[in-house]
Design a protein. Structure first.
Lengths: 228, 228
DNA sequence: AAGTGGTCTAGACCACTTC
DNA sequence: AAGTGGTCTAGACCACTTT
């Protein structure tokens, strides 16, 4: 197998043993010294292998005792939600600057007359409209041109120049609800029809919201795939 | 700060520098030897610090060149979807063994007369029904009692005895759709009303489906929260 | 040739757990 | 006291990249 290196061999062997149930949950695997002797290698190399398995969530060391096998964790799911789809088309419906208004002022914790940049788009797949989305973020005077900001790769990148990078985080809510009037015809649904909607809010490291976006999926395209 | 150890100090310092933009994306951080000299420590300790940052997705080493700072990745979201809610109530509506039928036979890639275990539940929050869910998995004769299997902690654990542990994975689809008739009244919705629905399929490592489940969320409770 | 990261050694000392 | 994991050293040799 993939075992050109000693630490890989050890990690693979142990992963196999755990996987096959040789060491069950809450049981202990051989100690570092035992493994070092078995593979005729140094403790450092053994620890390197064990760190890999620890990072994979298979084992956890306990000081003075040993390495315990963990129970598998199946409840954590993940998925990719990209702002700029690579497949399918994308069309800008509107790019504007406008006052926040009541709802958005509340969501972005600002005043109603605060100026926001709004970007509305229509996403397509196979020539059919698949989703409509909107993004709002604070308009800061003296900032780079809107035109430049529009061509960001991903949602939070818009803020790269304004805020400290890497200190932003995004919260997401997946729910159902009717699309706004301005999107109904484009998506080919009725005004009251409930669609899959994804709401994203970008926060600074101090939990101040700086951006807000929503995406409604057309009835035929309303699926988000995740895995654990 | 949290810097009782040399490797922690190095990792924290570098994380700070990257975070503050001292080293931007695609730029290189100081070499292992440089850092070892700066902190008057060994290369092993420096590498330990750098491995931490690598696992955090901040840097990536390139053989013969150096460590590069990566661009932040905001498009990967994750969330927890637990089978047995700790908060709120849960009531078993039905526990049975029944033939798969056409739809389930297709989903589980088996025959229509294959016997399945079915578990139907009603979940509540604050005394109100919040979701209805169903689970189906293959009924294997001679297996431990159904009664025992019902008290599993998480969905895939049902299969722990039957299949090789840790070689299962779960696919999930989040979409919208009407609840089945048997759930409509319990959830307090109309037959045609579209709800948030989560579909899970558990596969073996050979991608054979062994379990299938769906959960419909009541209109007032239909939100899944994720974060990146 | 010089610098870089990748693997590995053979020790050391410490803190924690068990007997 | 003995065994365990946690931190750390001062080297070594190799493969890769740049000059």
């Amino acid at each position: 197998m993939d075992s050109s290196f000693v630490y890989q061999t050890i990690a693979n062997d142990l992963r196999n043993d755990i996987s096959l149930g040789k060491y069950g949950p809450d049981e202990m695997i051989p100690s570092e010294n035992t493994l070092a002797a078995k593979y005729k290698t140094s403790r450092v190399t053994v620890r390197k292998a064990l760190l890999i398995l620890e990072n994979e969530g298979l084992i956890r060391p306990q000081h003075g005792k040993g390495y315990f096998v963990l129970s598998p964790e199946y409840s954590r799911f993940q998925f990719d939600f990209i702002d700029k789809p690579e497949e399918g088309g994308m069309r800008y419906l509107e790019i504007n600057v406008m006052p926040a208004g009541k709802d958005l002022a509340e969501r972005l914790r600002t005043r109603e007359d605060t100026m926001l940049i709004v970007i509305r788009r229509l996403l397509s797949e196979d020539g059919l409209p698949s989703a409509y989305d909107e993004k709002y973020f604070l308009y800061v005077k003296g900032e780079p041109l809107i035109e430049r900001e529009i061509h960001f790769a991903e949602f939070p990148d818009v803020f790269a120049d304004t805020y400290v990078p890497r200190k932003l985080w995004t919260g997401m809510e997946i729910s159902v609800g009717p699309a706004p009037e301005r999107a109904v015809s484009a998506l080919g649904c009725t005004p009251d029809e409930k669609l899959l909607v994804v709401t994203r809010t970008v926060y600074t490291d101090e939990d101040t919201p700086v951006g807000f976006g929503q995406r409604w999926f057309a009835p035929h395209a309303g699926v988000i795939r995740a895995y654990a």
